[in-house]
Design a protein around this ligand. Structure first.
Ligand code: HEC
Length: 115
């Protein structure tokens, strides 16, 4: 009986260790995305501010505080040429035209972290 209890403990221990590893892997993937988003944001900072707190060219809304879905939707609109809120959608189209959906996602995730 003791033996069974002991091996059960062992099995649980191994299972929990496995889970912990999986969580670590997820955290690393998230961090990699944020790192990519941060790198992509470098070219946005000139107009929107390093922390997203600036009205770009005195025209755009302040994007600091936007959630990722809202940023993603806006960027996809500019890329498609369908978004033009302040008459300067063309400026933004040039910024995101060459970006993949994955780039836009990573960028949006990073912007959502700006405080
Ligand atoms: C040359 C200056 C400039 C740069 C660089 C720039 N933007 Fe913009 N951004 C603007 C302007 C101007 C607008 C307003 C466009 C419009 O009329 O809809 C805008 C709008 C936006 C909006 C929507 C805000 C709103 O008012 O609706 C988002 C989100 C955004 N930019 C993100 C970015 C990201 C991300 C980057 C980097 C890839 C970037 N911008 C680079 C000038 C810039």
């Amino acid at each position: 009986m003791k033996r069974i209890a002991l091996s059960l403990l062992l099995v649980c221990g191994v299972a929990m260790a496995g889970e912990a590893n999986a969580t670590d892997a997820n955290a690393t993937a998230g961090a990699a995305d944020a790192g990519k988003g941060k790198a992509l944001y470098a070219k946005c900072a000139g107009c929107h501010g390093a922390d997203g707190g600036q009205k770009a060219l005195g025209k755009s809304e302040v994007i600091k505080g936007w959630d990722a879905a809202k940023v993603e939707e806006a960027l996809k609109g500019y890329k498609a040429g369908t978004r033009n809120v302040h008459g300067m959608g063309g400026v933004m189209k040039g910024q995101v035209a060459a970006m993949s959906d994955e780039d836009i996602k990573a960028l949006a995730a990073y912007i959502a972290t700006l405080k």
